[in-house]
Design a protein around this ligand. Structure first.
Ligand code: NI
Ligand code: MN
Length: 219
C-alpha cells in the first residue's frame, strides 16, 4: 500500500510501508502545516529548490532522522551541516531503497546561487509519481509523460509563483497522467485558488483534492 500524506503547501510524505519519502519539508512558519517538524519521520527527503517554502526544515529533519537528502548539490549543501546527501542533476536517475528518483526540469528560479529548480519522477510502491515542484507550464512535460506512465501527477495550482488551474489542466494533458493531486495553493492570499476549478478543467484524469492533514491511498 502506498500512501500520500499531505502536510500542507508543497510538503508531503510518500509511504510504501517500508520507506518514508518526505518532499519539500516546509513546516515551521507554514500556515497550513498539519504536523510539527519535530514529529515528522523520513528515510529520504527530496528537495525541489531552495526557496524557503520548499527547503524549509530539511536540514533539521535530516539531522534528527538521519534521512538522506536528494537534490541539486547547491541546494543540499545546507551550509556544510553534516547530513547524508545524494547530489544529482537534471536528467539523472538515482536508484533508492524504495525504487528510483529521476530529476526533471522545472521552469522556476532556484532560490540559491548556482542552483536550479527541479521536479521529480518517483518510482515507489509499484507506482510512478511526478511532482512538478514550483513551475510554469512547459511543453517538454510531454517528454516526462512519454518516458514513464505517470500514475499520479502532483501539481502546483496557486498561480502567482507557479501554474494556475488553467495551465495545470494543460500539464495533465501533456503528462498523460491518470490521476492529479493539486497543491501549493491557499497557503497565503496571493495563491488563493478554488481547486474545484481544476476538477472542471481537467480532461481524462481523476483529480483528488487532499486537504492538509489528510492522506490518500494511491491505487
Ligand atoms: Ni519557489
Ligand atoms: Mn513555492
Amino acid at each position: 500500500m502506498l500512501t500520500y500524506n499531505y502536510y500542507g503547501h508543497a510538503c508531503f510524505l510518500l509511504d510504501d510501508g517500508k520507506c518514508k519519502v518526505l518532499v519539500d519539508p516546509f513546516l515551521t512558519g507554514n500556515p497550513q502545516a498539519s504536523i510539527n517538524e519535530k514529529d515528522v519521520e523520513a528515510d529520504y527527503i527530496l528537495i525541489t529548490h531552495a526557496h524557503g517554502d520548499h527547503l524549509g526544515d530539511a536540514a533539521s529533519i535530516a539531522f534528527r532522522t538521519n534521512a538522506t537528502c536528494i537534490g541539486i548539490p547547491e541546494v543540499t549543501d545546507f551550509g556544510g551541516q553534516r547530513v547524508k546527501t545524494i547530489g544529482m542533476n537534471l536528467g539523472g536517475t538515482v536508484k533508492t531503497d524504495f525504487g528510483f528518483v529521476r530529476m526533471v526540469p522545472a521552469l522556476h528560479s532556484s532560490g540559491i546561487g548556482g542552483g536550479i529548480a527541479c521536479g521529480y519522477v518517483i518510482g515507489i510502491g509499484g507506482k510512478v509519481i511526478y511532482f512538478a515542484g514550483d513551475t510554469a507550464l512547459f511543453s517538454d512535460m510531454k517528454l516526462i509523460g512519454e518516458r514513464d506512465k505517470i500514475d499520479y501527477a502532483i501539481l502546483p495550482i496557486g498561480g502567482h509563483y507557479t501554474m494556475d488551474p488553467v495551465d495545470a489542466a494543460k500539464a495533465v494533458t501533456f503528462l498523460n497522467a491518470a490521476n492529479v493531486i493539486p497543491l501549493h495553493y491557499n497557503t497565503w492570499g496571493v495563491i488563493k485558488q478554488n481547486a474545484e476549478d481544476l476538477v472542471k478543467l481537467v480532461k481524462g484524469a481523476k483529480v483528488h483534492i487532499v486537504k492538509p492533514g489528510q492522506s490518500l491511498e494511491l491505487l
